[in-house]
Ligand binder design. Structure first.
Ligand SMILES: CC(C)(COP(=O)(O)OP(=O)(O)OC[C@H]1O[C@@H](n2cnc3c(N)ncnc32)[C@H](O)[C@@H]1OP(=O)(O)O)[C@@H](O)C(=O)NCCC(=O)NCCS
Length: 162
């Protein structure tokens, strides 16, 4: 089942997020310590806004995708997508694709004109998923992040919604 997360999902969301950050740090922007230090109040506000969509197997949360609207008024036409994470036990069953479809629909409903995302240049699986959803590369940011002392490049992708 795919549905927007709510504040009632806070503990499951945090646990899955920290799991991903700990086991696959190169797929995320934040460190596990930064995520662990995030205030519950700000996470609850994020969940209450409907900007995080979850994938469930039975009652277990096994994946999520988040959407962030640009803060300044001149960025209000766009949103950034990420993180997108599926627990390893639930991969290659179409849940990542389902989450991307759901977040694209939600972005259209909110009136965004385009979606953008960053993906590690070596993450061929995620890049294939995004390309299949209509995202196209518009740039490459060298040394975009430094993860555990190792510089990594990010591919920048965009999907127009209009
Ligand atoms: C990337 C990720 C979200 C994919 O989730 P998933 O549920 O396994 O993906 P799906 O089953 O919906 O796959 C959809 C398509 O994406 C592509 N894809 C997904 N994983 C892939 C992989 N490991 N290798 C190659 N292609 C892959 C395929 O084209 C696939 O279609 P197919 O199964 O018909 O071949 C998941 O592997 C993950 O959470 N990885 C770690 C976190 C991460 O990298 N997030 C993205 C950061 S930008």
């Amino acid at each position: 089942m795919i549905r927007p997360l709510t504040p009632e999902d806070l503990e499951a969301y945090k646990a899955l997020w920290i799991h991903g950050l700990t086991t696959e740090p190169e797929a995320f922007l934040l460190t596990a310590a930064e995520a662990a230090g995030a205030l519950d109040s700000s996470l609850i506000a994020k969940l209450a806004s409907g900007a995080v969509i979850g994938a469930f197997e039975g009652t277990a949360l096994v994946g999520f995708v988040a959407m962030h609207q640009g803060g300044p008024e001149r960025l209000h036409h766009m949103a950034d997508i990420g993180p997108l994470y599926i627990h390893p036990s639930a991969r290659r069953r179409g849940l990542g694709r389902d989450l991307m479809c759901a977040v694209i629909d939600a972005a259209k409903t909110r009136g965004f004109l385009q979606l953008e995302l960053c993906v590690d240049a070596t993450n061929t699986g995620a890049r294939a998923l995004y390309e299949a959803q209509g995202f196209a590369q518009f740039g490459l940011r060298p040394r975009s992040v430094i993860v555990n002392g190792v510089p990594r490049d990010d591919v920048l992708m965009l999907k127009p919604l209009d």
